[in-house]
Design a protein around this ligand. Structure first.
Ligand code: MRU
Length: 347
């Protein structure tokens, strides 16, 4: 049975069904609402690579269920399944974090019979999913409290229920801020080239009854110049030990424009997105995707044959451009290595 979400949070993208996994196919939203049925870990890994499921926390959750599927089918394949899932995408550290948790359970249950191992892995995957939802609700409260009543906000990419266990990170703050009257205007950038903002964020917001206005990515600086937004609120795929933040391509440009216009800049992400092993953003691998994503749309070539394209899908915003990093552990204002260590250094 599908879990019943709270009001203004009606979407679940990752649904465990006991012996298979349903993933809401984010490649075809909003035109089609259909689920991909994954019966094995290889299918889950492929779904992550292909962006059927995307968004850092959702990728980690789906991968955890992929491990459960591998254990159900044949525990002898777990090592290969973990490796394949880990390689599905490089930038979002939530993927590696979730798989490390699942690996910890496998190591601890080494002497157990297969049914016991499956049971323990199932509990861990459920815990990862439930903890993410709880973290999002907490971050919603903490982030919204930073925003003055009546503010306008701009977000980028999709950080909502589709990208998480539910509610969302940056979009969770926006949900809480709208509900509490702090946010009066929501703008979403369309997020070229894959259109997570246009296709996914606008779909979530319209569906959950939150008025929002779509802008072209290139309209962001102009929007800030008009004074309509007081905060840019984004998610993260990996936050380095000094607060440098990898997120969807275009985030860095928004941070630069925000600083110029006196607009504040908030990153919202669970502690599972913080990677203390990356000292700075320079240590974060930026995913390069197929240039075809830029050279055409929906299977139709839009650029002249023979043209080349460069398609990095994340960028790094230096911590000096970030006013606040909001996690379920609290708010780190003006983040730097010392403040990050104080919040995330010792679990
Ligand atoms: O390529 P995507 O769609 O997986 O990129 C997603 C983002 O960049 C999100 O902002 C990030 O993962 C945070 S989602 C809560």
């Amino acid at each position: 049975m599908k879990p019943m979400p709270a009001a203004h949070d009606s979407i679940r993208a990752v649904l465990w069904q006991g012996d298979h996994l349903l993933l809401l196919d984010q490649r075809v939203l909003p035109a089609h609402e259909r689920y991909l049925d994954c019966r094995g870990s290889a299918e889950v890994a492929q779904a992550i690579t292909d962006l059927v499921v995307r968004g850092a926390p959702a990728i980690g959750i789906a991968a955890a269920w992929g491990v459960v599927l591998a254990a159900q089918r044949d525990p002898a394949t777990l090592g290969a399944a973990l490796a394949q899932l880990r390689a599905a995408r490089p930038t979002a550290v939530n993927l590696m974090w979730a798989l490390d948790r699942m690996r910890g359970v496998i190591d601890a249950a080494r002497a157990s019979a297969a049914p016991e191992l499956v049971e323990r892995l199932t509990r861990e995957a459920q815990a990862i999913q439930h903890e993410d939802l709880a973290a999002n609700r907490r971050m919603g409260e903490l982030g919204a409290a930073l925003i003055a009543p009546g503010s306008g906000v701009l977000t980028h990419c999709n950080t909502g229920s589709l990208a998480t266990a539910g509610y969302g990170t940056a979009l969770g703050v926006i949900r809480a801020g709208v509900a509490g009257g702090r946010i009066a205007r929501v703008y979403a950038g369309e997020t070229r080239p894959w259109l997570q903002g246009a296709r996914l964020t606008m779909w979530e917001l319209v569906r959950d009854g939150i008025p929002a206005t779509l802008i072209a990515d290139s309209a962001a600086a102009h929007l800030m110049q008009t004074g309509a937004v007081q905060w840019v609120i984004v998610g993260a795929d990996r936050i380095a030990a000094n607060g440098d933040t990898a997120n969807k391509i275009g985030t860095y440009s928004l941070a630069l424009a925000a600083r110029h216009h006196g607009v504040r800049f908030m990153v919202v992400a669970p502690a599972s997105t913080v990677d203390l092993a990356s000292a700075s953003g320079a240590d974060i691998e930026i995913e390069l995707r197929d240039p075809a994503e830029l050279l055409g749309y929906a299977g139709t070539r839009t650029v002249v044959e023979g043209a080349q394209a460069w398609n990095p899908v994340f960028d790094v915003t230096p911590h000096t451009l970030i006013d606040a990093i909001v996690s379920e552990r609290g708010v780190v204002e003006q983040p730097d290595a010392a403040r990050m260590a104080a919040c995330f250094g010792a679990a």
